[in-house]
Design a protein around this ligand. Structure first.
Ligand SMILES: *Cc1c(COP(=O)(O)O)cnc(C)c1O
Length: 392
């Protein structure tokens, strides 16, 4: 690379290191499970979104392998160009049933689904109301739509309504995470639904972290609140609790048709590989047939969360298997994560820009497959390291 550009990159990296925001990739060997192997060493995994442990579930593996043998590896081109695999149809029918919506459309990732749906529906003259802690993919989608973006306070219906009153005579979209990925709390959807109704705004929920976790059948926050008729657009991912890869938008038939015809992140990208679709189909079957898996996860939450609090750590107002421990200083957070790792417990340090300045945290994500013994090991390590660092 040309010298002057290289130098400016080096300076920026140096700056990130100084601020404690520098990131590295850590190589994992073998499967993503409640235990993972890193540099030949096994540690207990508390950093993934693989909440139900499906990423290494035998049913998913088996189905993916079988489909590779039948269908091969790649998909050839975009869904509109080289033909829409029948696996897509099977998966979308299952997803619509799971979400209790007329239709569903699969995208290559949650990032691309948010980008596609928000830029397709909202343009320059429109206004998007977005929670201040929404996922980065929503923020980027809002920017790319060129619509006016109005940020409301986190989970604050009053803040939303106050801002909504100032925008009259335009098309509006309210967009929120269902479960906030770095907080673990749940959006007050009933309040948002009432506001959306009153001010004639579309309501969209990003259910990346609620799919497979919340609701009677595990279909997400909309089911959790019983708001099937009030939420216009649901985004969900196949990559977190469902253990695979990809995402979808669930809603009306017309919405699906419209996205197929206008969502650029749907049109201008190669279709997912057959095995990826197959494992998602298997994941939905596993979730449907084994409600006990979800129950195990919640048992782990009930065991772990009060014990972390009792140790004296400050956690967010979480209501889900995401248990963020607020540390504050990014350097200290990284040091704590490193010491925990040395104790055999992998809890990721989350720093800005993923979270607001001064709120660096350890994001502990529980899994259904964590044993009580593993949770006890984690609590013991947290106590030891927390005391050593003077955090508790
Ligand atoms: C992970 C996540 C996404 C992005 O999904 P990917 O499939 O990983 O691209 C979008 N929104 C939220 C809230 C997420 O947590």
């Amino acid at each position: 690379m040309k010298e002057e550009y290289l130098r400016s990159i080096q300076l920026k990296l140096h700056d990130l290191r100084q601020k404690g925001f520098y990131r590295i990739l850590r190589a994992v060997e073998g499967e993503q499970s409640h235990r993972v192997k890193v540099q030949g060493r096994e540690v207990i995994q508390f950093s993934s979104n693989n909440y139900l442990g499906l990423a290494s579930h035998p049913r998913l593996k088996e189905k993916a392998v079988k489909i590779v043998e039948e269908y091969g590896c790649g998909s050839g081109a975009s869904r509109l160009v080289s033909g829409n695999l029948n696996l897509y149809e099977q998966l979308e029918v299952k997803l619509a049933r799971f979400k209790n919506t007329p239709s569903a459309l699969v995208f290559n990732s949650g990032y691309m689904a948010n980008l596609g749906v928000i830029t397709s529906l909202m343009q320059e003259e429109d206004v998007i109301f977005s929670d201040e802690l929404n996922h980065a993919s929503i923020i980027d989608a809002c920017r790319m739509s060129r619509a006016e973006v109005v940020i409301f306070r986190h989970r604050d219906a009053e803040s939303l309504e106050g801002l909504m009153k100032t925008k009259k005579g335009c098309r509006k979209l309210i967009v929120t995470d269902g479960v906030f990925s770095m907080e673990g709390d749940i959006a007050p959807l009933p309040d948002f639904a009432r506001i959306a109704e009153q001010y004639s705004a579309l309501l969209m929920v990003d259910d990346a972290h609620a799919t497979g976790i919340l609701g009677k059948r595990g279909s997400g926050t909309v089911e959790h609140f019983g708001l099937e008729r009030s939420v216009d657009i649901q985004m969900g991912t196949l990559s977190k609790a469902l253990g695979g890869f990809g995402a979808y938008i669930a809603g009306d038939d017309e919405l699906r048709d419209y996205l197929i015809n206008t969502a650029r992140s749907f049109i201008f990208t190669t279709a997912l590989p057959p095995a990826v679709l197959a494992s998602s189909i298997a994941a939905l079957e596993v979730i449907e047939e084994n409600p006990g898996l979800r129950e195990r996860l919640w048992e782990n939450v009930r065991f772990f969360k009060p014990r972390v609090q009792a140790l004296g750590f400050r956690i967010t107002r979480t209501e889900t298997p995401i248990i963020p421990v607020i540390i504050g200083d990014p350097h200290l957070t990284v040091q704590m994560a490193k010491m925990l790792f040395d104790e055999g417990v992998w809890m990721q340090a989350i720093r800005p820009p993923a979270v607001p300045e001064g709120t660096s945290r350890l994001r502990i994500a529980l899994m259904a497959t964590h044993t009580t013994e593993e949770l006890e090991i984690a609590l013991h390590a947290l106590e030891k390291v927390g005391k050593k660092l003077g955090i508790i």
